[in-house]
Design a binder for this molecule. Structure first.
Ligand code: C5P
Length: 239
């Protein structure tokens, strides 16, 4: 069933499926990296946690009518997704100030934005994924203005769907990164992953960090944090 290795990234491997051109297998690795690969570690069990969390979040988005690449879970560390051509954009949605926006604009950490802020970054490791504007995004990706507006509106929709889900399980969705892929018919869907590697999640009330910042800032056990997110999601995602 599993075909050849199509691509290996920092945290996952992508395989073809024999006899099935429209689908791929994503396999999550036990590696964690930060700061564009400068800081890295090997954490046995991490791939399972990311795969299970991302599967729950994507299945939830699908249920809520958002078009995503997620088809089904395959094993503890693997999932089946639709085969799309990835658009080299990182679309970040922010509800509260932290991370790069806090630094760049001199904001106080945790300040809530009146409206979610959507930002575009060019996905290019060699350039450290620079922040770009819409004109630059059109030039770099070949997307039309309408497609870029659709992408940003879909990112806001994902935020609208995930905010109450996390709220129900006592977590604040501070920000997250999405990637999009293009199908054969040129339609655009949410792809890649949705996980604490690509989101910021703080415990409601205490503001305790439970996402990759635990690793970036060395403030606790990443595996325990991710295990806690999975446990909370398993208990509350279907409510
Ligand atoms: O670092 P920054 O504040 O710009 O990150 C915003 C959000 O996007 C965070 O949730 C972070 O985990 C995610 N992100 C990501 N991959 C990147 C850059 C940021 O998943 N290459």
């Amino acid at each position: 069933m599993k075909g050849s290795l199509l691509y290996e990234g920092k945290a996952k491997k992508v395989y073809t499926i024999l006899g099935e051109d429209n689908q791929l297998i994503l396999e999550y690795k036990d590696e964690v990296t930060a700061f564009n690969g400068v800081k890295k570690d090997y954490l046995p069990g991490k791939g399972r946690l990311i795969n299970l969390i991302s599967s729950i979040l994507f299945a939830y988005c699908n249920q809520q009518g958002i078009h995503t690449h997620f088809i089904d879970s395959l094993s503890d560390t693997e999932q089946i997704v639709e085969h799309t051509r990835m658009i080299p954009l990182e679309v970040v949605v922010r509800n509260k100030a932290t991370g790069s926006i806090q630094k760049r604009l001199g904001l106080e950490e945790g300040v809530a934005f009146k409206e979610p802020i959507v930002q575009l970054y060019y996905k290019e490791d060699a350039l450290n994924d620079p922040f770009i504007n819409e004109g630059e995004a059109k030039m770099l990706t070949g997307c039309t203005s309408e497609e870029l507006h659709y992408i940003q509106a879909e990112a806001k929709k994902v935020n609208k769907v995930l905010l109450p889900l996390f709220q129900r399980i006592g977590l604040q969705l501070i920000d997250f990164k999405l990637e999009f892929g293009r199908r054969h018919d040129r339609t655009i869907i949410v792809a890649d992953e949705l996980s604490p590697d690509t989101c910021r999640l703080w415990e409601a009330g205490s503001n305790r960090k439970l996402d990759k910042d635990v690793f970036r800032q060395e403030i606790g056990s990443l595996l325990e944090s991710y295990e806690e997110i999975l446990t909370r999601l398993e208990a509350g995602a279907h409510v």
